[in-house]
Every structure is written in C-alpha cells, then in structure tokens.
Design a protein around this ligand. Structure first.
Ligand code: IFM
Length: 434
C-alpha cells in the first residue's frame, strides 16, 4: 500500500489511563479516582493510582515512541492536575509536568496532539453538578484558556473532548462509567453542556493559540440490530442517535438529531446552537468495531448491547471485527462533514491470560485489516490524513481495569517494565516502509 507522504502516523493515550501519581504534585481527585474507590465498579478493584507510572517514566515512553518512528503523540491533560479544584488557582507543578512532556516530545521530533478532556473531571466540579451544571461550559473555557496560554507556543494540534457520547452515555445512563448516575434529565443536560463546552473551548483555543488546528474526537461505529424485530430496530435507531450523532451533528451542522431533539430541547437556550457549532479544522474519529443492539425496556432509553453473531470474528476481549464497516464509516463521514479525518484511535484489545500478548499476531492481523480498510476508503475519496493506534502502552482500561490490554508495548504492572510487542515492530515497519 502506498500512503501519502504527509500522512501522519501516531499513537494515543490518555491521562488517567497511564499517568498514575494521582496524589503527587498537587493533583486532586477526579471522578475516576472516586469511581475506582467505589466497590464493584472496576474489575478486580483496580485503580489508576499508579497505572503505567507515566508521570515518572515519560522519558522512557518518549524513547519507545521514537523507536516506533511515530510522528505524532496524542495525549490528554488531566484537568485535576493543572487545576486541582477544576477552577480557581492553577497548579504550577502540574503544569510543569506537561511542559516537560511536550518539550521531550519536540526534542524527539514527535508532534504533540493535546486533548483537553479524556474523562477525568475534577471531583470538586462533580460536587457542583459536573456536566449536569450549565456553568461547566465556562469552567471548561477557563481551563482551556489556561492550557492554551501555557502550551500554545509549542502545541498547535488540539482536540476538545474525547468520545463525548461514550462518557455521557456510560456515566449518566448506564452506570458503566463515572459518575455512574442513571437519569434521563442528567444525561440530556450532560449532552448539551458537553456540546456547549466544546464550542467554548474552540473559541478559547482560537483566541489563545496562533495557528491552532482544532477538532473534537468522536467514537463512531455502525450500530446493527441484533435481530430483524421491530423492537431491536427501534432500539438501534435510538442508540445510533445517542452514540453517533448527538455530538457531531450539533457541533458541525448546528442541530440535534431528530431522534433526541425534542428530549434535549428543554435545556437549549437561545443562541446555544451557534455557541456549539464553531468552525473546526478536523474530525477525530475513534473506531473499533460495530455495536450489536437490542431492545431492553428496563433500560433508561430502551436499548442495550446485544451480541454479535456467533460466527462473527471477535478480538480476545470479544469485540466484533469488521474492517469493511470502518471503511464505510470513513467514506460516509468524509461526505457528511467535509473535514479532514484523523483516526485518533483504533486498536485491538487482548488479555494477558490468553498467553499471546508479546507475540500478538491477533493484534497485527487486526491492525493490518483496519489500515487496509482505511486505505480503501482513501482510494474511494475519503479525506483521511492520519492514524493513531490505541494505544502506545497497555493501560487502565476503565471498568475492565488492567485485564484488557490494548498496547503496542506490554506493561508489567507490578514493576512498570515496558516490553514492545510484535505489533510494535509491525507498526514501526509500516511507518518506515511508507
Ligand atoms: O481505552 C479506551 C479509550 O479511553 C477511549 N476509547 C476506547 C479505548 C478502548 O476501550
């Protein structure tokens, strides 16, 4: 496969999943620290307290990236590290950590792609209502301004919010993520306030950073009814609205999808849609595989995750593998939003207990099939400019704790030792060979 000379190859991570050091350098708790301390919410009682200890080991991680030959590294800033209470006084020690990281990346010739929010909301803001409080748009704008002024001389690539549909749905409708509330009004308010925060952050980045390149990151995937029943098809349409369209549609086209517009309307004030729909420079796509949906009258919105057909190819953690759907998603996205697309996450989950984690041929097969599908999409006209593997390192996989591993690099969580897997060599060869 020939790739354009300026195509960007990278890797992605996020703050809570790798940094550790949750109580060091002035950082205060996030909603994920709280969730990890709530019995039964995270497999095995795992926490992000130490995670990959990236806070201390970041120079080694930069070296690993250099060996891979990646040109770009997408990471997130932990809001509670730089603004421990979410607003008010900034924390110099926390800000200095990202200075060191960014400077190290630039010295290694790796471009930093900074994501402002990857789910670790300061607990102090949650205590004020978190995403259900409309004031959060202003708090997020102030946080963004702080980040923009501090790093904007060296960082130009910014994403506002990672996978808004995932953390709002899991956090406010299903109790699969923090803060673990199940409530329709809370869910709808969170959706609208996340959208307002995105718009405010785009404006703050434009104001604070010369030549900022700004977008948001959405997890989009095909939602497939588990059966031909009308009930499963209706559930699929509702999940599609919440999962795929509740954020890109208002952010990029200025309106909520019809399936949820009426429900969100009570929270929308005059001028809001213009505040949300601000010009973006790129579409960040996170994609893994399709979701099979089914009706579930007992759930908040009448849908639930169903099962993929028995003969569907699946990863070791059970996620269905359909590269053709990735190709089609890229083509559709490119046509609908007319923005350059960067695949900001794609990867394959494995389990240490399968015994194939260092010689991870399953991951190589997955990444090979998905990059080939991306190539086909580009040949069909999709404007895809870059691809980031999720993830550089095995890390804290939210409710699954450390059991599910997505890294190109194996992490021994008792010692912190990093060992590149076969997939790391495969990715390095792909990058070198283009
Ligand atoms: O680990 C997550 C990441 O935080 C968001 N996107 C999906 C990944 C794999 O589940």
């Amino acid at each position: 496969m020939n790739w354009p000379a300026d195509f960007i190859w990278g890797v992605s991570t996020s703050s809570y999943q790798i940094e550790g050091a949750v109580a060091l350098g002035g950082r205060k708790p996030s909603i994920w620290d709280t969730r990890c301390r709530t019995a039964g919410k995270v497999a095995n009682g795992d926490t992000g307290d130490i995670a990959c200890d990236h806070y201390h080991r970041y120079p080694e991680d930069i070296r690993l990236m250099k060996e891979l030959g990646v040109e770009a590294y997408r990471f997130s800033v932990a809001w509670p590290r730089v603004l421990p209470l979410g607003k008010g006084a900034a924390n110099e020690a926390g800000l200095a950590f990202y200075d060191r990281l960014i400077d190290g990346l630039l010295e290694a010739g790796i471009e930093p792609w900074l994501c402002l929010y990857h789910w670790d909301l300061p607990q102090a803001l949650e205590d004020l209502g978190g995403w259900t409080n409309r004031d959060i748009a202003g708090w997020f704008a102030d946080y963004t301004t702080l980040v923009a002024h501090r790093y904007g001389d060296r960082v130009k690539r910014f994403a506002t919010i990672n996978e808004p549909s995932v953390f709002t749905l899991f956090g406010y409708a299903m109790d699969w993520g923090a803060p673990g509330i199940i409530d329709r009004s809370a869910h709808l308010r969170a959706i609208h306030h996340v959208n307002l925060a995105h718009g405010a952050a785009v404006d703050a980045l434009r104001a604070g950073v010369t030549n900022a390149f700004v977008g948001a990151i959405h997890n989009r995937q095909r939602i497939v009814p588990q059966s031909d029943s009308e009930a499963d098809k209706a559930a699929t349409r509702t999940l599609d609205a919440f999962w795929n369209n509740a954020f890109p549609e208002p952010q990029l086209l200025g309106s909520y999808p019809a399936a949820i517009a009426e429900a969100v309307a009570p929270y929308v004030e005059a001028g809001d849609m213009a505040r949300i729909c601000r010009p973006c420079d790129f579409f960040g796509l996170n994609h893994y595989g399709p979701i099979f949906a089914k009706a579930d009258p007992a759930s908040l919105w009448g849908f639930a995750w169903g099962s993929a057909p028995d003969d569907a190819p699946k990863s070791d953690i059970g996620w269905p593998i359909y590269p053709d759907m990735f190709r089609d998603e890229l083509i559709d996205l490119s046509r609908r939003y007319r923005l350059p697309i960067y695949v900001t996450e794609n990867g394959c989950g494995g389990r240490a207990d399968k015994g194939n984690e260092l010689d991870d041929q399953h991951r190589i097969k997955y990444l090979g099939a998905y990059t080939a599908a991306m190539h086909q999409a580009m040949a069909a006209g999709a404007d895809v400019r870059g691809y980031f593997v999720w993830s550089l390192l095995d890390n804290f996989e939210w409710g699954s704790g450390y059991g599910n591993r997505f890294g190109l690099v194996f992490v021994d969580f008792t010692t912190g030792k990093r060992t590149p897997k076969a997939s790391a060599r495969w990715y390095a060869d792909l990058i070198a060979g283009r």
